[in-house]
Design a protein around this ligand. Structure first.
Ligand SMILES: Cc1cc2nc3c(=O)[nH]c(=O)nc-3n(C[C@H](O)[C@H](O)[C@H](O)COP(=O)(O)OP(=O)(O)OC[C@H]3O[C@@H](n4cnc5c(N)ncnc54)[C@H](O)[C@@H]3O)c2cc1C
Length: 390
């Protein structure tokens, strides 16, 4: 939509082809229905791509301030939360979609829905024939903005990658990102499922820390979820894909710098009667009991009777539990994809193909993925604006 609006503003006769019943279905799901549409704290590590400098080269041309101003001009006032997260002031993702749809109308974009692009052929004299299940469209320029494979129920079913590949573009294997991680320790997660806890997560590849995040971790029946887990999931996804050993080390008491010392003091300060009661008011009961079991301790044991070594083992379990990651959640549970159209074949200033004159790309179809926090939508606005400036 951003690309189409911009192209129309630049005087192009623009047609937007969408195979869903309506445009922008995924937008409605964003930010838990509130749409975190950009982030004012944008730095290079917020983005991943096989060509590291590609995202920032583009984002310098249209960044978060430009996004906020553009949406303001469409009537969407920003509401900026701590951490720079920007939402529409209305708190409704539908406002962002409505503004874009209305702008499509104002700029004269012809929107054709329930229309699946099946094939794209290059014309000998330049331009394209776009074959759909409705009719054939002829175009001088073409922007592919088909999304990825993430959340296929929204229409983003991976068909864009096939279209790009057929036009000669290389595709970096698309994998799920911003998603939960399945763990091997089934018994632990069966006991602790449903718990939300402030924790720090260290992503380990072959025993070496590669990323660390802190925040509300969700323990589920399959393993780990929640924002800090989403943030490291992309790296886990890529590492698992090439057969590396991936683990997550979780500290369930990140705000206690010396947990062993603290537990010793806690035990001597009061007669808790049982190890289960020792955890009361410190950690969620189900989680605490699962940790006791992992530390080889029984909930009914008197804390006064356990050895110093056992307290240290308990502290280690609470602050450095290692979970073996066996896979990521699937595309249906992923908020975005890592991988996509290889950006080595795309000009970062215009999103134009270096292989096919007149072809451009916008959005998640490109091999650019952002961390959680409004960065993926910012990428869509940026690449859409640049691609539309035809
Ligand atoms: C649950 C969820 C929450 C999210 N929350 C946020 C958030 O708060 N902030 C943020 O920055 N990002 C968020 N994201 C990520 C963000 O929504 C995506 O990165 C973004 O929507 C990608 O936009 P896009 O235009 O590239 O692709 P899409 O939004 O997927 O749009 C592509 C469109 O192309 C259509 N299409 C595909 N193939 C064809 C074809 N062959 N013919 C015709 N039409 C086709 C699809 O139907 C679709 O409508 C979230 C994602 C999910 C799933």
């Amino acid at each position: 939509m951003t690309a189409a609006i911009t192209a129309a503003e630049n005087g192009m006769q623009t047609v937007l082809l969408e195979h869903g019943e309506r445009v922008g279905k995924k937008l409605l799901q964003t930010g838990n229905g509130k749409c975190n549409y950009t982030n004012m704290n944008l730095t290079p590590p917020c983005y991943h791509s096989d060509r590291e400098d590609f995202p920032m080269s583009a984002l310098k041309k249209f960044g978060p301030e430009d996004t906020v101003e553009w949406f303001r001009s469409l009537g969407v006032e920003p509401f900026v939360k701590e951490g720079g997260y920007v939402y529409p002031h209305s708190g409704q993702a539908a406002s962002v979609l409505n503004a874009l749809r209305s702008e499509c109308g104002r700029t004269g974009v012809r929107v054709v829905t329930a229309c699946t692009v099946k094939d794209i052929r290059r014309k000998k004299d330049g331009g394209f024939r776009v074959l759909t299940d409705l009719e054939m469209f002829a175009a001088d320029r073409l922007i592919l903005a088909c999304g990825s494979k993430a959340s296929p129920g929204t229409g983003s079913d991976g068909s864009g990658f096939a279209l790009a590949e057929k036009l000669g573009h290389r595709i970096v294997e698309p994998l799920p990102a911003l998603c939960g991680l399945y763990c091997a320790e089934k018994e632990f997660f069966r006991s602790a499922a449903g718990v939300r806890v402030n924790a720090s997560v260290r992503l380990m590849l072959e025993n070496r820390e590669v990323e660390r995040e802190e925040g509300e971790v969700q323990l589920t029946s399959y393993g780990l979820s929640g924002i800090p887990v989403f943030q490291v999931s992309r790296t886990a996804s890529r590492a698992l894909h090439v057969g590396r050993r991936v683990e997550a080390e979780v500290n369930f008491l990140p705000d206690f710098p010396d947990a062993a010392e603290y537990l010793k003091k806690r035990i001597s300060a009061r007669d808790y009667g049982s190890l289960e009661a020792l955890g009361n008011g410190l950690l969620n009961k189900s989680l605490w009991n699962a940790l006791l079991r992992d530390a080889g301790l029984k909930p009914g044991t008197d804390p006064g009777k356990i050895t110093e070594k056992e307290v240290e083992k308990l502290a280690e379990t609470v602050t450095a539990s290692r979970f073996r990651i066996i896979r990521t959640a699937g595309f249906d549970q992923a908020q975005c994809c890592t991988g996509g159209v290889d950006v080595r074949d795309v000009d970062p200033e215009t999103m134009e193909s270096r292989l096919v004159p007149g072809l451009r790309f916008a959005g998640e179809i490109l091999d650019v993925d952002g961390i959680c926090g409004g960065y993926n939508l910012q990428w869509c606005w940026t690449s859409g604006k640049l691609a539309g400036r035809v």
